[in-house]
Design a protein around this ligand. Structure first.
Ligand SMILES: NC(=O)c1ccc[n+]([C@@H]2O[C@H](COP(=O)([O-])OP(=O)(O)OC[C@H]3O[C@@H](n4cnc5c(N)ncnc54)[C@H](OP(=O)(O)O)[C@@H]3O)[C@@H](O)[C@H]2O)c1
Length: 322
């Protein structure tokens, strides 16, 4: 399957902490590619959402990390210039993630005088059941992370059935209204789940759909729907969980662009206009995965990478659940 998306407008807002933000760069998405020089993309880049807010364009993923490992990874990432952390109730590391953010902000390593609002924190609802349960769980996440509010809160999956999905979404909307959450979104939603949510005429439409996406699982069906409806696609497992680092095409293109396989995969995601969430607990890889400026994958090579699709699911795939 090759990714060929309809024309779509993606805005990347450059480079300053939120409270000092002033510059913006507009990028036009055409045929699934960002039609601009993306060689200036960096950890400071931000992606604009349909609701007018923006989020960092690259986030550190912290799935399958716990305790001190999480604290260290988040600290390394913030020191390297990452400004976003992707956690979840199910990861059991909201507390460590939030504390690592606060510790960094209070430390002398915070040379840019960053404040809470300059760091983006995502969490996700563990399961969709009833409105009250979801509402309480969101409040618990806010308490657990210690950050005062959550920037982006997602329904982690569409499991639970229609009523549970829509009731849980109402809880997210109310959490936004009450200031506990800034932005609401979904994760692992297939087209039918997104359509169901949009058909319910929500007060707040989902700003983001976080799904597994990389050259070996491109999900054009979902990404094209999202782009049509101004829903930003966050790409999880952007490094294919390290399962295809030695794939001959990845190795040969990495040589061509004088980058590492990890950097090539993150670039592919960025050039499609996605928000990638590369995960590592190792300082040198956290830095490596973010050094994605200075080169641009040519159109023909993007197509070659799109053609690697084999619907490789690295974790779970709830996108077709009832
Ligand atoms: N919404 C969802 O259902 C969902 C599902 C899965 C993931 N996610 C989110 O997306 C994030 C990323 O996905 P992921 O963690 O599954 O997979 P990933 O980011 O594609 O890959 C992570 C794996 O790659 C290794 N790695 C990292 N950088 C590398 C490099 N430069 N060279 C070689 N290996 C490297 C990591 O090992 P080390 O840590 O040892 O470096 C780890 O084993 C998660 O952490 C989570 O935040 C969301």
């Amino acid at each position: 399957m090759s990714i060929c998306m309809p024309p779509h407008s993606v805005t990347i807002v450059a480079d300053l902490p939120q409270h000092r933000k002033s510059q913006s760069v507009h990028a036009r998405h055409c045929s699934g590619r960002l039609k601009m020089s993306t060689s200036t993309l960096s950890l400071a880049s931000r992606t604009k959402l349909a609701n007018g807010l923006s989020i960092p364009t690259i986030h550190l993923g912290v799935y399958l990390t716990s305790g001190n490992e999480t604290s260290q990874a988040v600290r390394y990432a913030l020191e390297a210039g990452y400004r976003a952390v992707d956690s979840a109730q199910m990861y059991h590391n909201e507390k460590e993630s939030g504390k690592a953010v606060l510790d960094f902000l209070a430390s002398e390593d915070n040379t840019q005088s960053l404040r809470r609002e300059d760091i983006h924190f995502t969490s996700k609802l563990a399961s969709n059941t009833a409105y009250d349960t979801a509402r309480k769980a969101i409040k618990q996440s806010v308490k657990e992370c210690g950050l005062g509010y959550i920037d982006l809160f997602l329904l982690h999956s569409p499991y639970g059935g229609k009523k549970a999905r829509l009731d849980s979404w109402r809880a997210v909307e109310d959490a936004i209204q009450d200031g506990e959450v800034k932005i609401g979104g979904v994760s692992n939603y297939g087209v039918k789940h997104l359509q169901e949510l949009l058909d319910s005429r929500p007060r707040t439409p989902p700003a983001v759909n976080q799904i597994e996406i990389h050259p070996f699982n491109t999900r054009f069906d979902i990404t094209s729907f999202c782009q049509k409806h101004d829903i930003v696609v966050e790409a999880y497992a952007p490094l294919v969980r390290a399962m295809r680092m030695k794939h001959p095409t990845i190795v040969s293109l990495s040589k061509k662009y004088a980058c590492t396989p990890g950097q090539l995969l993150v670039r592919w995601s960025l050039q499609h206009g996605f928000v990638p969430l590369p995960k590592s607990v190792k300082k040198e890889r956290i830095v490596e995965n973010s050094q994605i400026g200075g080169f641009e994958i040519e159109e023909a090579d993007m197509k070659t990478m799109d053609g690697l699709d084999e619907y490789l699911v690295t974790d779970w795939d709830p996108t077709d659940c009832p």
